[in-house]
Design a binder for this molecule. Sequence first.
Ligand code: 2AM
Length: 223
Amino acid sequence: PRTARLHLHQQPCPHSRIGGDLALEPKVPAAHRKTVGDQVSVIGLSGFGKDGPVARLFLAVWPPAAVLERLTALPRPDQPGVRWVPPENLHLTLRFLGDADPDAVDAHLAGAHLPAAEVTLGPVVSRLGRNVVVVPAAGLDELAHAVREATASIGRPPDPRPFAGHLTLARLKHRAACGVAGTPFHATFSVTGVALVESLPTGHGVGYTTLGRYVVGRVPGTP
Ligand code: 2AM
């Protein structure tokens, strides 16, 4: 029932870090707010599913600032039919959940063992299928598998295809040309956490908000 779920949304969530802007609070209906401690984040809930409120969610790794800087230095030619992912949206998807209850995801991930991961991006900007321009990412298979196992019962059924680690740079309409494929790129980084991210439409695309973060590499049974 609606009230029960709203009550749950106001409980502190010990394992995830929720950030937000208190100034938004008065404008946002209670059902679209998540409060942890004195922090409020806005959840643009898509609606109420049979088990409670849902939002469009995915689990991802955000690249560290130094890597992001290098990714955004790659050429971004303004060509017809090419939609570049804005720098603040660049991420590595571990699992797309679709419409799901963030609290349910939190409950499943908070106690899960998520293995540490060392990511290698590259060696060149590539196409994934016909319409997506990516930087391939190695080193995330075990983490993606653990995330998928921990959240298998939530959201849409896990993609049965093998995980193909990548960071999407651009999406192409009608197989538009994109001169960037083939550009060398190499970077490595250690994953520090898995992010639970909400996707919300904006006037000109989508905006992503991190609702929770889950530490990787923690030995089970330790705090
Ligand atoms: P990708 O760009 O890494 O492939 C958020 O929507 C992210 O979830 C997208 O950037 C996309 O990651 C991934 N995703 C996977 N399946 C999706 C789907 N069916 N609809 C939307 N996003 C999906």
